[in-house]
Design a protein around this ligand. Sequence first.
Ligand SMILES: [Fe+2]
Ligand SMILES: [Fe+2]
Length: 195
Amino acid sequence: MSDSTPTRDDTLVLLTSHNTTDRSLSHALAVEAVMRHFARHAGEDEDVWGVVGLIHDVDYEQYPDQHCRQAPEILAAHGWPGELIRAVVSHGWGICTDVEPLTRMEKVLYAIDELTGLVAAVALVRPSRSLADLTAKSVRKKWKDKRFAAGVDREVIEKGAAMLGMELSDLITEVIEGMKPVADQIGLAGKAGES
Ligand SMILES: [Fe+2]
Ligand SMILES: [Fe+2]
C-alpha cells in the first residue's frame, strides 16, 4: 500500500468511475470544499482533507446496502494509504460501520457530511436559491422541521458538533462558508446561475 496522497485528478476519476449522478457529484464537491475550508483553518493539509471529502461516498451508488464496507477494497486497489481509508470509513460511524472518528479530519468529515445536505436543501427553498445570503439562523429554523430534508440525520450532526467542541450555529456557519467557493458547480449560486 502506498503512503502518498492520491492526486485530486486521480480521485475525481476514481469517484466518477463509481458514481454517475449529478446528485452524487454535487455532494462530493460540497464535502470536499468544506473539508478544504476546515483544513485551511486548522493549519492542516488541505489536499489530504480534500481528497478524503471528495471520495468519502465512493461505494454509495453501487453498494447502498454495504455503504462504507466496499470502500476499503476499492480504495486499497488504487493504492490509497490506510490512514485515509480509515477516515473515509469512519464517516459512517454508528450508521454503517463501527469505526469511530478519532482524528480531527475524521471528526470534521463526520460532522459536516449530512450538514452539507441540509444547507443545500435550505438554500434551494429560499427566494435567492443561493448560498450567498444564507445564514446559520435560516438553517436552524429548518432544524426542528423533521419533514424538511427528512433524510438528513440531525442527531449525527449534533454528535459531530459535540465531538469537535463546536456550537451548532458556528458549525453551520463554517459549512456555509466552506461551500461558497463551489456554489456555482453545485447549483447554489442563485437564479442567475440556473440554466
Ligand atoms: Fe456516506
Ligand atoms: Fe456523504
